[in-house]
Design a protein around this ligand. Structure first.
Ligand code: KG4
Ligand code: ZN
Length: 358
């Protein structure tokens, strides 16, 4: 499994370079990260065209497509970075949470390559990689901070005391924020992937519909989005009775929905900042690419003198750079994977151990 006591034998005579592989869902991401020089190269292959006609991710097709794309992507990324496999110091791969077949493709190849090159492999937690992705930017957020993790599978506020020291302060009791975006997009007949399509439609609408801001009046930091989704569904049905939904009404619904989600995420993030007294909020995960969320967070948290940190837009959604970066930190803290491929479809963030580097 994953062990901190088998200290990775990292070289001191040259820069430490790690290959990162992300295959947990529907993006094949590869990157090379250098401890001193930062990101040397990264490539992403999106499976959107593969899944689009099914309206969502088909796990078996995802696995097969990762098999097709991963090796050529690794070859190309290494060439772009000007690094050969033999010059690398480790191979990091997303070991979970995610789709089991997709994880196994990335994990098996990563472990095989590491064995062939005679270097360590390291299993990376996908949400930890998202959470630390803002550290790839300038300015780098300082610990401790609050992280708002908003992806297709997770919505949580995390007290990040240090690398690997994560305490979940609140999370969704049902749907994740990204999932709510995707389901509402489907309801509005928008193409997969729903989140970006809905956000795009929302730019043409007005927030005329007053949808609930779930759990805002209750104390605490948990979220719930299934009631909001139902409210949107009932509204759409009411409008559709006897007539098809006009373009402007669809845009208004998209805008009203987006505003309800954003208001809720912003209010709870502000509450988490007040509760901890921290001065930094790091936003991570695919929904972090939402421009309305980004601007509202900046405004509202600015009022609390807190700074908001985001990864660049392309590193909000799944990518190899965040895996290479998190893998490097884990390797430097002595974590290597032993005993074969690690693939954990379910893996709680709180199970991770603090990274203590010497
Ligand atoms: O982090 P991510 O790429 O994959 C997971 O680990 O889940 O997040 C994907 C989620 C999807 O639900 C997608 O619809 C949502 O992020 N998303 C967005 C936007 N871009 C991606 N949601 C709202 N607005 C966006 N601009
Ligand atoms: Zn993700």
């Amino acid at each position: 499994m994953i062990s901190p006591d088998l200290a990775a034998d990292l070289p001191v005579e040259h820069d430490v370079q790690v290959l990162g592989i992300e295959t947990s869902c529907d993006e094949t991401g590869v990157a090379v990260f250098d401890a001193d020089r930062g990101l040397l190269a990264h490539s992403l292959y999106s499976q959107v065209p593969v899944h689009a006609r099914y309206g969502g991710v088909v796990p078996e097709l995802a696995s097969r497509d990762h098999i097709r794309k991963l090796l050529p992507l690794i070859d190309g990324t290494l060439a772009e970075a000007g690094v050969t496999g033999a010059e690398l110091d480790g191979v990091a791969y997303t070991a979970g949470p995610g789709l089991i077949g997709a994880l196994l493709v990335g994990g098996t190849l990563a472990e095989g390559l590491a064995m062939g090159w005679g270097i360590p492999a390291v299993a990376v937690h996908h949400m930890e990689a998202h959470l630390l992705a803002a550290m790839l930017e300038d300015p780098v957020p300082e610990f401790p901070f609050v992280a708002l993790l908003v992806s297709g599978g997770h919505t949580m506020l995390v007290d990040v005391k240090g690398p690997g020291e994560y305490q979940v302060m609140g999370q969704t009791l049902d749907d994740a924020a990204g999932e709510a975006f995707d389901k509402t997009a489907k309801l509005l007949d928008l193409p997969y992937p729903g989140g970006p399509a809905l956000a795009e439609l929302a730019t043409q609408g007005q927030a005329h519909f007053k949808f609930p801001r779930p759990m805002l009046k209750k104390p605490g930091l948990d979220f719930s989005f299934s009631g909001l989704k139902t409210a949107v569904m009932l509204q759409v049905r009411e409008l559709e009775a006897g007539a098809s939904l006009s373009e402007s009404k669809r845009a208004d619904i998209a805008k009203s929905f987006e505003e309800a989600v954003v208001d809720t995420l912003v209010a709870k993030s502000a509450r988490a900042i007040r509760q901890t007294g921290y001065t930094g909020l790091v936003v991570a995960g695919g929904v972090g690419a939402n421009l309305s969320l980004r601007s509202q967070l900046r405004t509202e948290l600015g009022k609390l003198d807190a700074q908001v940190y985001y990864p660049r837009l392309e590193f909000c959604t799944d990518n190899g750079a965040m895996v290479a970066h998190a893998g490097l930190l884990r390797l430097q803290a002595g974590y290597v994977s032993t005993g074969g491929v690690v693939a954990r479809p379910r893996w709680e963030l709180s199970e991770l151990q603090a990274m203590v580097s010497d």
